[in-house]
Design a protein around this ligand. Structure first.
Ligand code: ADP
Ligand code: ADP
Length: 226
């Protein structure tokens, strides 16, 4: 687990108006931070700079007290959960969850221990031998989170993870993500434009507009003010 501190972060693509324009934001250890704002306001760019998939033009990105500007994604120990879950269709649930541990050549008994632990938390124990095609959307999402858990990532990053799901499943997944995040106490940054998600999931909501922070507030302050 780790805090995420952004100091005067700027992202300039080409010579246009900066996509992210002097953003400073502290996300506490274990906090659930929501990023909202109109399309094009810089939410995805900011998330991609946290995870290291996008270079930072200027400013400092500090994760767990360490400046990470020059670290590659694999050196940051964060976990991005994508909209399409990015599961391997030919692998079982077990192997999908174990994948990051295989990459880092973790010994088999350690892999077994960590995958069992994660599948316990995620209630996937009965599904370990199944393939992603035979899972519900919610179960697939949990497998994606399982991968993040076994890596013992310091933070979860979500980019509109529920936007492809129907309303009923979206509601269920909202509850699950919330439950898991509280249980794991893992620092989370979550991009959405769904007000219900922002209201129910976030400890705080950061509103972006044209690359700048317009407001940072609790969901209550933001949505229930008269
Ligand atoms: P959001 O996620 O809030 O919709 P983005 O972060 O995707 O916003 O985009 C912010 C701004 O940066 C937009 O004006 C967008 O057109 C621009 N942008 C995003 N990615 C690129 C890119 N790879 N090259 C050039 N401009 C980009
Ligand atoms: P390369 O080594 O080819 O430059 P990267 O540095 O982009 O590749 O990614 C290498 C590793 O970084 C991946 O195996 C993965 O573990 C991690 N990684 C890449 N993208 C992400 C992401 N969005 N979220 C979490 N980890 C990532």
């Amino acid at each position: 687990m780790a805090s995420i501190e952004m100091r005067n972060i700027v992202k300039q693509y080409g010579d246009g108006y900066p996509a992210v324009n002097d953003v400073s934001l502290d996300i506490a250890d274990g906090e659930f931070m929501i990023l909202v704002g109109p399309s094009g306001c810089g939410k995805s760019t900011l998330l991609r700079m946290i995870v290291g998939l996008e270079d930072i033009t200027s400013g400092d990105m500090v994760i767990g007290g360490k400046r990470v500007n020059d670290l590659a994604p694999r050196e940051r120990n964060l976990s991005m959960v994508f909209q399409n879950y990015a599961l391997y269709p030919h692998m079982t649930v077990y192997e999908n969850i174990a994948f990051p541990l295989r990459l880092s050549k973790t010994p088999d008994d350690e892999v077994r221990r960590r995958v069992t632990e994660a599948s316990d938390v995620l209630e996937l124990k009965e599904h370990l031998e199944r393939k992603p095609a035979n899972l519900s959307g919610g179960q697939r999402q949990r497998v994606a989170m399982g991968r993040a858990i076994v890596r013992q990532a310091e933070a979860f990053l979500f980019d509109e993870p529920l936007s492809n799901l129907d309303a009923k499943l979206r509601g269920q997944m909202r509850t699950e993500i919330s439950r898991l995040q509280r249980r794991l106490g893992i620092t989370t940054v979550y991009v959405t434009h769904d007000q219900t998600e922002a209201m129910t999931l976030g400890d705080r909501v950061c509103v972006l507009r044209k690359g700048k922070i317009q407001q940072v507030a609790s969901p209550r302050e933001l949505y229930e003010q008269p």
